[in-house]
Write a protein that binds this ligand. Structure first.
Ligand code: NAP
Length: 203
């Protein structure tokens, strides 16, 4: 086990945050023994189009995590101007807290994308990847990809978790169609979406 503080980073566009994100963070905390999890809404997600304004995504994250004492809102990326790059965020955190071991929590899909991100090698040096393997995933394919990344320096912990069939895309579509999202997001988030009239006119 690595020495120093053990802090998880749950980064996301969170457009909007949902129960799948919360379950992923909770499973990571429990299985990897993390002291705290930083929920870090992205600022300008340059790989995604038509993303809701940052302040509203941040407010939904704050509402979603308020009942979890070990979950904390981090505004590092939300307050940054320009594009958000994970390697820059980690460099900033490591410079401020050199003895902390960071654990970057991801869904398995990201294992297949991370090599296209800016400076993946630096990400691998600065954080352990905690990768969710949902029940329905092809674990052999994930392991194979993980081994390729490990050869480039990635340290990967695989996390068992049940499949929760929830995505932000589906939530936005449901809101637009007037369907309920009460099973998919915390009640405070559902209320905020309704009150702010978010996603009703999504393309
Ligand atoms: P997102 O869509 O909000 O998702 C956040 C995380 O939650 C992802 O790892 C996603 O994994 C997982 N997730 C979503 N639904 C889930 C469910 N039902 N059950 C369990 N897990 C679920 O955020 P994102 O846009 O992918 O961004 C994730 C992080 O990557 C952010 O910190 C972002 O800044 C970073 N990023 C960095 C770069 C770069 O440095 N160049 C580029 C892109 C993203 P799945 O994708 O497997 O669903």
């Amino acid at each position: 086990m690595k020495s120093g503080k053990r802090i998880g980073i749950m980064g996301g566009t969170f457009n909007p945050i949902h129960n799948g994100h919360l379950l992923l963070a909770a499973k990571a905390q429990e299985q990897v023994l993390l002291e705290r999890i930083l929920f870090m809404p992205s600022g300008n997600s340059y790989m995604k189009k038509n993303v809701l304004e940052t302040q509203k995504r941040v407010e939904m994250v704050a509402l979603a995590i308020e009942r979890y004492p070990d979950f904390e809102l981090s505004l590092i990326e939300a307050q940054k101007s320009g594009n958000t790059y994970t390697y820059e965020t980690l460099a900033c955190l490591k410079a401020a807290n050199p003895d902390t071991q960071y654990y970057f929590i991801i869904g398995a899909d990201i294992l297949f994308q991370i090599e296209q991100w800016r400076n993946p090698g630096q990400i691998f040096q600065m954080a352990v990847l905690v990768c969710a393997v949902r029940d329905d995933y092809d674990f052999d394919a994930i392991r194979k990809k993980g081994n390729i990344l490990a050869a480039s320096g990635a340290d990967i912990i695989y996390l068992n978790m049940p499949k929760l069939d929830i995505s932000s895309t589906d939530i936005r579509a449901k809101v637009k169609s007037g369907l309920t999202i009460s099973e998919l997001v915390p009640p405070e988030v559902a209320h905020y979406i309704e009150q702010e009239h978010l996603y009703y006119e999504e393309d």
